[in-house]
Every structure is written in C-alpha cells, then in structure tokens.
Design a protein around this ligand. Structure first.
Ligand code: SAM
Length: 245
C-alpha cells in the first residue's frame, strides 16, 4: 500500500488537513457512521457521561475541532439545554454544516461557532468550565501547543476531555481493526466521496498518534492534574481526562 502523506512535516500538515475536511464536510456525518460502524456515537455518549455537565445556566464549554457539532449538541442536551458551548474549528466548511444542524435541532441559542486554530485560541485565560476535543487533536500539527492553550483558557477547577483513536490493546481485535482501517476505510471513502487520499491520510494520522500512556504524559506536561484515561472498544478509541487545579 502506498501512503503518500507519510512524511508530512508540521508546516505542511495543516493545509493538507484543511483540504481533507473541506472536501468531506457535507458528507462528514454519514462517513463517520460508515467508518466507525456507528461506534462513534456510543463513544461520544460515554464522553458526555464522563463530563456529566451540570444542569445550570452559566456553565460554559469549549468544543475544539468541533466540526459539525456532535459533542457540543450532546453537552447542551445533557444539561437540559442550560449549558453554553462554543464550537471552534479551523475549517469554515465543517462549521457551516454544524450551524445548519444546530438550527434544525433548535440549539442555536446555546451555541456559537468560531473559526480558529486550536494552537491559538482567541479567548481570554480562565474562560471555560470544560474543554472538549473529539477526534481532533491528532489533526493538530503541534499537539503540545494545543494542550497548553487548553490549560490557559480553562478556569481553575476546569476539566479537559480528549476523545481520540488510540492503540488497540486486545489481541485479534487489533488485527481486525488493522484490516478494516488500512483496506476498508480508504475504499469506502473512495466509494462515497470519489476520493481515496483523504481517508488514507486519516488512517495514517491515527497510526502516528501517541498511545494512551504517552498521550497522558503529554497532558501532564501541559500542566494538568489527576490525568487518567479510559479505553473504549478495546482501545480503538480512548478518553483522556485532566483537571486544571
Ligand atoms: N469533533 C467532531 C466529531 O467528533 O465529529 C469533528 C472531528 S473531525 C475528525 C476533525 C476536525 O478537526 C475537523 O473539523 C478539522 O477541521 C478540525 N481541525 C483540524 N486541525 C485543526 C486545528 N489546528 N484547529 C482547530 N480545528 C482543527
């Protein structure tokens, strides 16, 4: 198999990522269901259960790389429509789909959409009760910079939650998963969107992402306390948690 993006350096990575998500934005939600066989929904629900947002006004969350809004919508609904969420993404095409979905769900009053880079958040320090990022951090060229920014914008007592593909820690499942991701995902991508390369990039970016323990160490390095993680589906995905205290 050829993976044309194998040696993409930091400087070239972001334009490539942007191109991928501009291309897939309109079909992103359906692709998510196909690629993860619907599992992303259960993982996202588990992430929101871990956050357990309070049912009170004034609770502010920031969903970085928020794309089409899945995490923010779930937080607002779990808070009985009391919480406010800012959906931040570097890609206007993804945010446009998110804003349209928010209208349909009548959630717009609890939301705002901000086009910006996770490495340079346009917010003051100590602004948010929670910072969430789902399947986004592996796309950010400088993960350490993004984590420092997360720490900066969180209030004291604020929570960081990162949902991301991770290292499969179950024998057999890892081989099934490899076969699925290296072969099926780019092929499905081509079938549905007519383009295989973006999905090769996505699979490759999962391979390169640090495993559970290494990523936990990076979160500690950024200043977070009580860092822990939970594996989902044998480690296909993992939820990392940290606190700013
Ligand atoms: N969080 C959503 C979800 O779980 O369905 C979307 C995840 S999607 C796989 C990854 C998102 O990361 C894309 O919308 C992409 O535009 C965004 N992204 C990539 N690099 C970024 C950056 N440097 N800053 C902010 N967002 C970024």
């Amino acid at each position: 198999t050829s993976f044309g993006f194998r040696n993409v350096g930091t400087g070239e990575k972001q334009p490539l990522v942007n191109d991928v998500f501009h291309k897939v934005a309109k079909r992103y939600d359906i692709m998510n269901d196909v690629m993860s066989a619907g599992l992303h929904r259960a993982w996202k629900d588990a992430m929101i259960a871990a956050l357990n947002p309070p049912r009170r006004e004034g609770y502010r969350t920031l969903d970085v790389a928020g794309g089409t809004g899945d995490i923010a919508f779930r937080i607002i609904e779990a808070s009985d429509r009391k919480a406010h969420s800012t959906v931040l993404d570097i890609n206007g095409s993804m945010l446009a789909v998110g804003a349209e979905r928010a209208e349909k769900k009548k959630l717009s009053a609890n939301l705002d959409f901000v086009e910006a880079n996770a490495e340079e958040l346009p917010f003051e320090a100590n602004s948010f009760d929670a910072y969430t990022i789902a399947f986004g951090i592996r796309n950010v060229p400088r993960i350490d910079v993004a984590l420092k920014e997360a720490y900066r914008v969180l209030k004291r007592g604020g929570r960081l939650l990162v949902l991301e593909f991770s290292e499969v820690e179950m024998p057999l499942l890892d081989r099934i998963y490899d076969a699925w991701s290296f072969n099926a995902i780019p092929k499905f991508g081509k079938l549905i969107t007519g383009d295989e390369a973006p999905y090769q990039y996505l699979v490759e970016s999962i391979r390169k992402f640090p495993n559970q323990r290494d990523f936990a160490a990076m979160i500690k390095e950024a200043g977070f306390s009580r860092v822990s993680f939970t594996n989902y589906t044998g480690g296909i995905a993992a939820l990392h948690s940290g606190w700013k205290i």
